[in-house]
Design a binder for this molecule. Sequence first.
Ligand code: NAD
Ligand code: DAU
Length: 351
Amino acid sequence: MKKTIIITGGAGFIGSHVTRLFVKKYSDYQIINLDALTYAGNLENLTDIEKCSNYKFVKGDITNEETIRSIFNEYSIDGVIHLAAESHVDRSISEPMAFIKTNILGTTILLNAAKLHWKDNFVGKLFYHISTDEVYGSLGAEGLFTEETSYDPRSPYSASKASSDHLVRAYHHTYGLPVVISNCSNNYGPNHFPEKLIPLAINNIKKNKPIPVYGKGENVRDWLFVEDHAAAIDLVFHKGKQGETYNIGGNNEWTNIDLIKLLCRIMDTKLNRPIGESEKLITYVKDRAGHDLRYAIDSSKLQNELGWKPSLQFEEGLTKTVDWYLSNQKWLDDIVSGNYQQYYNEQYQNR
Ligand code: NAD
Ligand code: DAU
């Protein structure tokens, strides 16, 4: 094998797309998917590649120092692509400690293991940390986040991701650990956990349930199809400059309400409903505490230096996503009937 790579959080939404891409594209890499299988981890995301000889799943928690050290001792690791995290902003508001533990402590335990294992021989090694645009805070009507934008995280989730970014940079500057970081905007696509806006709305529209829109629906997000993010991660992992940060975004800003209306139109067509029928399900609910108004990414560094660009127009990507959810009802039902249900009830009972 040319390289042995750990992908943390490989059973999650983005991680499963990155894992599939690497397993299929690099048959000479040994890919180890290290995931604790929290509520958000789902091995059903990877059934198509689970028998590939260059793929291995290891169930392990990144906050467990012993587990992580033993994995680094057992395998000769060349690279880490670190996606494992608590990722949902609303959960971070009700349960911040889980975010502090996994996102900050877990990242530091991984950094320590890499530093210890690689000693000072960093040739051919890389620790790639996957982060978010939310670390930059919230924009007004104008402007874009660049790699130079000062950090200004405003939720426990974004603060925990910002802390992990700082720690990754600190290990580079202090110990010379070879690292690279990317900060991406909102992803959407197949396998997205239905606590997040788009899959939650698809599920509710299908079941004729209210679509909860926070506040007035005026908040803006910059949406990127998940496979385009995975392609960017592949590029940054192989061609990115050590110590650098790359912003990744869709150049595709939508207010939540316009996005939901577009989604309703696509669903009406797919479900043979009269156009306008699903929009009747839109229900304005209490706003998210500290709700960031607008995120928008300037990805020109990645585009100019590494030649990446998004491949899908939003309506095309959203249609593909709806098609996937409609033909993978079991995937959705298994999640919605499980642990997720209790969380959903608690989250929405007072809205
Ligand atoms: P996700 O919640 O769908 O998946 C997270 C995965 O990490 C799950 O498989 C879970 O089991 C695993 N995990 C959680 N805690 C763990 C622990 N302690 N040890 C080992 N595994 C653990 O998340 P996602 O949306 O796929 O996001 C992946 C990464 O990308 C995160 O770091 C997130 O901050 C970042 N990100 C996400 C988006 C987005 O729009 N979803 C955008 C930018 C950046
Ligand atoms: O920007 C990148 C981030 O995008 C990632 O780092 C996070 O991991 C990911 O979860 C996502 O965060 P958001 O908070 O932007 O995503 P979410 O899908 O939770 O919400 C999108 C927008 O929709 C946000 O403005 C809140 C709003 N919303 C969300 C839900 C769940 C609603 O109006 N109703 C809802 O029910």
